[in-house]
Design a protein around this ligand. Structure first.
Ligand code: KG4
Ligand code: ZN
Length: 356
């Protein structure tokens, strides 16, 4: 009795990741190389640097995932690789490597949409039927969608500017939290969550964004700019130079986290009500999936739990390691597509992709 096996490869942003997953959802092997530390030090992702690091690591990561799985590459049913969206230079490394590999192994190739993979991950860990609502919130993503099938998405809302994780990262950088003894190794979002526990969220009067917009879109640059102004004012008041830690940093972190949670919760509430009203979602036992790096924030998660309870939905989150970018979700998306017979390219022989 043979299981289908898919090798998944992910290089869309700053993680080089690969995994082998079978059609029952077993993870046979995985490997990941994170560039976070390099980019954290540089104050942001520099695409050519990310590309170079992907190039240096992809071969080893794929080999590690394959050898951990103890299968021979000839046993693979297909190779699945993220082809969009993401940083073009980073995506190119995974794509050219994968095309070479499938040409060599003579295996089918399954191009993967990174957001589809994030959205379907929950079906690897939980028994979730279509349709369900998904909220994807990370450093690069912010979208709300109704997932009606493996590749059937109704986009309900998206950020009109930056993603919430990006905003939290920028605020954390502006607050110089990397210099904070308790937060020096944390991502911006985690540092905000950590400090917020010691802060008072009510000290600043900030309105949630887009209160009157009759849609489910998001916006975070306004909040970022308001926070910038608050920080500047506090620097003057405290007589602290830019780049030094404010004594009100925790209060600012708490306020920003609170407004972020309110905004995400309100838009998600609206989306669920819309889908129920249009009979696109079960009235009594719908599922709300929240994923992405920001989903690991427990304060934000609690806000979404309140929304789920109020709308008779079940809130589900993949485990943290599957919320952030990884190879498992790409391989699993490959399995889902194999099972549905969707988007499998059987002949990519001779097709090459050379990133610039
Ligand atoms: O999914 P992810 O690893 O990468 C992508 O952006 O695709 O998400 C990383 C983002 C960063 O912006 C980081 O600051 C944020 O998720 N993040 C958090 C937390 N942990 C990570 N944001 C809020 N609270 C957290 N605990
Ligand atoms: Zn992602």
């Amino acid at each position: 009795f043979l299981h289908k096996l898919v090798l998944g490869i992910e290089t869309s942003c700053d993680d080089t990741a690969a995994a082998v997953v079978d059609d029952t959802g077993n993870v046979l092997g995985e490997a990941i190389h994170s560039q976070t530390e390099v980019h954290l030090k540089a104050g942001g992702i520099i695409p050519p640097v990310a590309q170079q690091l992907h190039k240096e690591n992809i071969q080893r990561i794929v080999e590690d995932a394959l050898s951990a799985s103890r299968i021979s590459p000839s046993e693979l049913s297909a190779v699945a690789t993220t082809i969009k969206p993401g940083l073009a230079l980073s995506l190119g490394v995974g794509l050219s490597f994968s095309l070479q590999l499938v040409n060599q192994l003579k295996k089918p190739f399954i191009p993967i949409h990174h957001m589809e993979a994030h959205a379907l991950t929950i079906r690897l860990t939980h028994k979730v039927e279509f349709p369900f609502i998904v909220l994807l919130i990370s450093g690069g993503h912010c979208l709300l969608a109704l997932v009606q099938g493996v590749s059937d998405f109704l986009l309900l809302g998206k950020s009109l500017d930056i993603a919430p994780g990006d905003m939290l990262d920028k605020v954390a950088r502006r607050l110089s939290l990397i210099k904070h003894p308790e937060c020096s190794t944390m991502s911006g979002g985690r540092a905000i969550e950590h400090l917020a526990k010691q802060g008072n969220r009510w000290l600043f009067d900030i309105n949630p964004p887009m209160q009157n917009a009759k849609n489910c879109d998001f916006s975070f640059t306004g909040l970022q700019h308001i926070t910038d102004k608050i920080i500047m004012q506090k620097e003057r008041e405290e007589g602290v130079e830019k780049g030094q830690i404010l004594s009100s940093a925790a209060d600012i972190a708490a306020a920003v986290q609170h407004i972020t949670a309110c905004h995400l919760a309100k838009r998600t509430h609206r989306a669920i009500l819309f889908c129920k009203q249009k009979n696109l979602l079960s009235q009594t036992n719908a599922v709300l999936v929240v994923s992405g790096g920001v989903a690991s924030n427990l304060y934000i998660r609690r806000a979404l739990e309140i929304v789920a309870n109020a709308t008779q939905c079940t809130l589900l989150c993949p485990p943290p390691r599957l919320c952030t970018d990884n190879g498992i979700m790409i391989a699993w998306n490959g399995i889902e597509r194999l099972r549905a017979g969707l988007g499998i390219l059987h002949d990519v022989e001779g097709i090459r992709y050379e990133p610039k």
